[in-house]
Write a protein that binds this ligand. Sequence first.
Ligand code: ADP
Ligand code: MN
Ligand code: MN
Ligand code: MN
Ligand code: MN
Length: 359
Amino acid sequence: MAESTTISNTETLMKYMKLDQKGAVLAEYIWIDGSNGVRSKTKTLTSPVKSYKELSEWNFDGSSCGQAEGGNSDVYLRPVAIFPDPIRLGDNILVMCECWDHDGTPNKFNYRHDAARQMEAHKDQKPWFGLEQEYTLLGDDGWPYGWPKGGFPAPQGPYYCGVGTTKVYCRDVVEAHYKACLYAGIKVSGINAEVMPAQWEFQVGPCEGIELGDHLWMARWLLYRVAEEFGVQITFAPKPIKGDWNGTGLHTNVSTTDMRKDGGMKAIEAAMGKLEKRHVEHIKLYGEGNIERMTGEHETASIDKFDWGVANRGASIRIPRQCAADGKGYFEDRRPASNACPYQITGIMMETLFGGLPE
Ligand code: ADP
Ligand code: MN
Ligand code: MN
Ligand code: MN
Ligand code: MN
């Protein structure tokens, strides 16, 4: 069992965090690795930057991140977005990067590149995405945070949006992460405690186009980083605890100009037909281990059939009651698991709604 890795001297650290950097600016280059995780390293800059375009490319050892062979291991980091750094403060920044290979092609795990092309090709449709990122907090023994050691809490019921001791676990990490995201300018639209104790959700969006993936991945990096200081582990596993405990999802809310305008329900219904035809391809990108979550129980649909319905939380796609009443709005794809990649989700969504990329 892992020993606690909590930073044990936070107070001492604070003394150094306040030291003058003498004009230096720290840029934390962040990328997605070969196993759906995030990695980062820091570069010292000599002056503040206003745009990612002012930043130079960098590189890293791809063979240490499951992204390249040892014999040809350099992978390049191409900055694509920057955020104020809520941990180091001041002019320091977080930098979202795409990974590129030495031959000038996108790295195998660079899912952003194609998604960004999809967004660009259909930007006239102003695609909006709002993703509900669920996750589970684990103690340093790998068991859900606050659960009895090797045992179980009382059955589900009081925990969803719960308040009070025994009803809600680990709110400190969650609050700290929320504030950190807002400081960074990430469009977090809300948070809530989930059905399984120690399971939480934050929502990102609505964001237009590729911005959703950038903001969501940055929010994931911050979640790991903030939880590190509390000695708490984060898992995005779709079904962290077997049995009568809810799995973990990444509900994906989608709308386009045509869906948001009066009479938009027609466009939403047309989208349902398109999504139905590509159910299998969507499921392939909707997270590893999703089959354990999408059982048809615990507010999920069954993984091998597509259906949709108004206010139906047991369907693949839910049309919110209010949207049906208004005759316009958005739909919620409930299939993606918590560990799915938002670039892949939003990318295939665009492809399904609007067709493949132009040559
Ligand atoms: P639920 O009732 O399923 O728990 P939430 O309130 O958690 O819903 O999340 C709803 C998400 O839908 C939010 O991220 C919000 O930003 C997003 N959303 C709202 N309106 C739209 C829209 N028109 N297009 C896309 N996403 C939207
Ligand atoms: Mn080295
Ligand atoms: Mn929600
Ligand atoms: Mn939820
Ligand atoms: Mn939802």
